[in-house]
Design a protein around this ligand. Structure first.
Ligand SMILES: NC(=O)c1ccc[n+]([C@@H]2O[C@H](COP(=O)([O-])OP(=O)(O)OC[C@H]3O[C@@H](n4cnc5c(N)ncnc54)[C@H](OP(=O)(O)O)[C@@H]3O)[C@@H](O)[C@H]2O)c1
Length: 303
């Protein structure tokens, strides 16, 4: 039995579906208010619980062979905070899994995680990695770069509704953005991959891309020029929440190119290219009801 924690989110949902498609027995930790029914209809067994409630995790981990967690507090809010979920909640889950003799624990961290990081979120990820490595369980840590699925719709999505794109800084920094489905493929393969045991996988996309490259890809897909305006770090970004501002500003201070040649061959993952992602995103958005108002495009970072 594989327990997926975070299955009602973007990456966790992809992982749960891939495992079900492979015919694996899947248990998902869910909270009553989340939309988990489609996964149950697809064959997953739901167990109610919360990372903030250690007792619920004891029950969820019983009889489990592997845990894969993608849960995090960023898009939730309320009582779900970095301290309660990404730090204490993950510690609760590791403790419950170790007590239940789980064989393999796959943790989704983030590129740059460090127990001494100044950003609380990356610090909590780093501290969780450290706890996991000393938990006694076999572990795999995923350190993905930025997800195309999260960031591209938020920043360049307005172009679909013929609105200008706003870039913080010049948008010339190179980042190896990765499609969430590629990260899901690494996670699913890692569960039974002998070379994944005790390893940290640094996961990026097919090629490093700049925000200017992303705009060009949209221009090619839409067949028209997209107006771009640049703003200084700290200025408000129209349509995006305050919490995103420092993150977008930070992206204009460093490059994060990654060469995925070796890891993608080792795990059999063909990295999704920028053009493939943009084509899929534009097609899906056009099909979705109400896309012209821009609603489905920026939703992920606005919850
Ligand atoms: N997006 C990126 O660019 C990026 C880059 C690198 C790494 N990552 C990492 O990738 C992972 C997946 O990201 P994502 O964007 O797919 O996440 P997401 O869509 O925001 O999903 C969050 C998940 O966490 C669950 N969750 C939150 N608080 C919980 C709690 N107290 N108890 C139980 N479950 C809880 C949510 O359940 P409910 O539905 O019940 O709220 C949901 O299933 C995260 O760990 C993230 O840090 C993301």
């Amino acid at each position: 039995m594989i327990l997926v924690v975070g299955a009602t989110g973007q990456l966790g949902g992809l992982i749960a579906r891939m495992l079900l498609d492979q015919g694996k027995p899947v248990r998902i930790l869910v909270r009553p208010a989340s939309a988990y029914e489609p996964l149950v209809a697809a064959g997953a067994r739901a167990v109610t619980g919360d990372l903030k409630d250690p007792d619920s995790l004891v029950a969820a981990c019983q009889g489990v062979d592997a845990v894969v967690t993608t849960a995090n507090s960023v898009s939730r809010g309320g009582e779900d905070t970095v301290a309660s979920v990404d730090d204490a909640g993950n510690a609760n889950l590791i403790e419950a899994a170790a007590a239940a003799s789980v064989r393999h624990f796959v943790f989704t961290s983030a590129l740059g995680a460090d127990p001494e990081h100044l950003m609380p979120f990356l610090k909590a990820k780093g501290q969780t990695e450290r706890r996991l490595r000393t938990s006694g369980m076999t572990w795999t840590v995923l350190q993905p770069n930025l997800y195309m699925d999260t960031w591209i719709p938020a920043v360049v999505g307005p172009a679909l509704a013929r609105q200008p794109v706003t870039l913080v800084g010049e948008g010339l920094r190179q980042h190896s953005m990765v499609a969430a489905r590629d990260v899901a493929s690494y996670a699913v393969t890692a569960i039974d991959h002998p070379e994944a045991l005790g390893q940290t996988l640094f996961i990026g996309g097919a090629h490093p891309v700049t925000w200017r490259d992303v705009v060009c890809a949209f221009e090619a897909e839409l067949g028209r020029e997209i107006p771009v305006r640049t703003i200084e770090p700290g200025e408000p970004v129209p349509g995006l929440p305050e919490v995103v501002k420092p993150l977008l500003a930070a992206l204009d201070t460093y490059d994060s190119p990654m060469d995925m040649t070796q890891l993608s061959a080792q795990y059999g993952v063909r990295p999704t290219t920028l053009l493939e992602f943009v084509h899929g995103f534009v097609t899906t958005s056009r099909q979705a009801a109400g896309w012209a108002r821009g609603a489905p495009m920026r939703g992920r970072l606005q919850r």
